[in-house]
Design a protein around this ligand. Structure first.
Ligand SMILES: O=C(O)[C@H](O)[C@@H](O)[C@H](O)[C@H](O)COP(=O)(O)O
Length: 283
């Protein structure tokens, strides 16, 4: 039949499973290798490595995966946070503060290449939490625009910033970044960064990348461990659930175009999940 065209389906997610992190460093070593490969390709092609990081257990996993690896070219890294809690930057629950203690303070990454939210206290005092949250999300989106000039449409390429790599965790409820199940933010398609004031996980006030930014990534990996993640993992990988199905957990709604979403999980999280396992290390 003339005029038929093949709809290009996104590549299926790839699932790598490893022994529990309590017993072995196989998972973090594989994550480190994956990051170094993405970094090398990005620097070769674009002279820098743009990364969006999650909080939770990710900082500790990345410290284990990357510290001491001399292949990591920190001076070329440009770091954003896929979500951040609206607390002062020196607060123990600030994702930036945790990364700074565990990683940034120990490696030669220029401070101006680590993009944090603006200081909060003054803003919140002056304008109240809601207005402050909107202002901080707006400012973070401006920081993105400045760091990703080609997403402003100047040279005809409009659309969300394309990170070289996004690293996400997943909650037991299937949330990623600060995109939580059944939340209106899952439908946000215009803004790249949104405030959320009713996050079910404390602290309740955050800013988060929206799905368009996560799904625009050149490479994206989830890293999750623990038996409490297996139900959400099964849901996220269930090809029978459409991306926009109400039942689909947020982590399952991140769909890349060029590359498969990659999952690095431990055997506890993968237990009972019916999905083909792939071998990370080539024989
Ligand atoms: O700031 C945050 O809380 C994170 O960005 C959040 O999305 C995290 O990645 C998940 O809650 C998984 O956390 P764990 O890996 O610690 O389970």
């Amino acid at each position: 039949m003339q005029g038929m065209f093949a709809v290009e389906l996104p590549p299926a997610p790839v699932l790598f499973t490893f022994p529990s992190m309590a017993e072995s460093d196989d998972l973090s070593a594989a994550v480190g290798q994956f990051i170094v490969e993405a970094q090398t390709q990005s620097i070769l092609r674009r002279g820098r490595f743009t990364v969006a990081l999650s909080g939770g257990s990710m900082p500790k996993i990345l410290a284990e995966a990357l510290l001491g690896d001399d292949r990591v070219d920190w001076r070329r890294w440009e770091v954003f946070f896929a979500d951040e809690r609206l607390v002062p930057l020196d607060h123990p629950e600030s994702t930036f503060s945790i990364y700074d203690k565990l990683i940034f303070s120990r490696v030669p990454i220029p401070a101006w290449q680590i993009h944090t939210i603006k200081a909060l206290p003054e803003l919140a005092e002056a304008q109240g939490a809601k207005k402050a949250a909107h202002k901080l999300a707006e400012d973070y989106e401006e920081q993105l625009s400045r760091s990703f000039p080609d997403c402003n449409g100047e040279d005809g390429i409009a659309g969300p910033p394309r990170f070289d790599l996004v690293l996400l965790g997943m909650g037991a409820d299937g949330h990623c970044a600060s995109l939580f199940p059944s939340h209106a933010l899952l439908a946000e398609r215009n803004y790249w960064v949104s405030p959320i004031l009713d996050a079910p996980n404390p602290p309740s006030s955050r800013i988060t990348f929206t799905l368009p930014v996560l799904s625009a990534a050149r490479r994206l990996a989830f890293v999750c461990a623990g038996a409490d993640k297996s139900l959400a993992l099964g849901n996220a990988l269930d090809s029978g659930l459409e991306e926009d199905d109400e039942q689909k957990v947020p982590a399952g709604r991140v769909i890349l175009k060029g590359h498969p979403v990659v999952w690095f999980v431990d055997e506890e999280a993968a237990r009972g999940v019916e999905y083909p396992r792939s071998e990370f290390w080539e024989e």
